[in-house]
Design a protein around this ligand. Structure first.
Ligand SMILES: C[S@@+](CC[C@H](N)C(=O)[O-])C[C@H]1O[C@@H](n2cnc3c(N)ncnc32)[C@H](O)[C@@H]1O
Length: 222
């Protein structure tokens, strides 16, 4: 049974999902970590890491993706990119040892302007983020720019029809057909393999991206 929430509460939840902040943001972070963990774990698995790579979670929210990437690349380095200062502070507290040792580097930034050198990442994941990006073209160009020639990236989005039926979807979400997202990633120079997960009858899409041949560029340091 779904308990109906007043419109003001739904709008607040919608805003919080796009930029968790304050005490409500802390609750949202916990909720995101619990609810999205299976999809994020599948995305990390799809990167097929050997353990010494440089990887990133872009829009990490509550930080479960950082935890899973740190475990999957124990001899590598993880970058966390997030615009919300409260989520960055939460990650600094929760992963203080990894931050102190340099295994985790946190950046306050947006997908549209990644503070990472060309071809510097062997892998990136970004789940449930592009709903909050009005213009994906520059953001996807950035994802392509930072990916190493033999790297992999994973975008995760829920079925847009299911999303559209959810009461928490208010004006700050942009829902796009999955084929449009695939087309925009291809336009940015990425080859895309679409994989579907099913959980509680809801389809979740993992778009596994690689550099298209001919898009090679020199690998650079961070
Ligand atoms: C619904 S949460 C998802 C968090 C996490 N990836 C997950 O799946 O649990 C969306 C996250 O994207 C972040 N975000 C919003 N706009 C962004 C942008 N332009 N670039 C990167 N992250 C963004 C928000 O701050 C928020 O933490």
């Amino acid at each position: 049974m779904r308990i109906p929430l007043p419109d003001a509460a739904l709008r607040m939840l919608s805003r919080q999902l796009g930029g968790p902040t304050g005490p409500v943001g802390a609750l949202v972070a916990r909720m995101l970590n619990k609810g999205n963990r299976p999809a994020i774990a599948a995305a990390v698995e799809a990167l097929d890491l050997q353990g010494d790579e440089t990887v990133a979670d872009i829009g990490f929210g509550g930080g479960v993706g950082l935890e899973l990437l740190l475990a999957a690349a124990p001899n590598g380095q993880v970058h966390g990119v997030e615009p919300s200062s409260d989520m960055l502070a939460r990650a600094r507290r929760g992963f203080s040892e990894a931050v102190a040792s340099g295994r985790l580097v946190l950046h306050q930034a947006s997908m549209s302007s990644l503070p990472v050198a060309d071809a510097a990442l062997d892998g990136w994941i970004s789940l449930n983020t592009i709903y909050f990006i009005a213009d994906v073209e520059p953001a996807f160009a950035e994802l392509a720019r930072v990916l190493a020639p033999d790297g992999r990236g994973v975008i995760g989005i829920a079925d847009p029809d299911w999303m559209a039926s959810q009461p928490f979807i208010k004006d700050n979400f942009t829902l796009r057909p999955v084929t449009d997202v695939v087309g925009a990633l291809q336009q940015a120079g990425l080859a895309v393999e679409r994989r579907e997960l099913s959980r509680h009858g809801i389809t979740y899409n993992l778009l596994v991206c690689t550099r298209r041949p001919g898009q090679e560029s020199e690998r650079a340091g961070l």
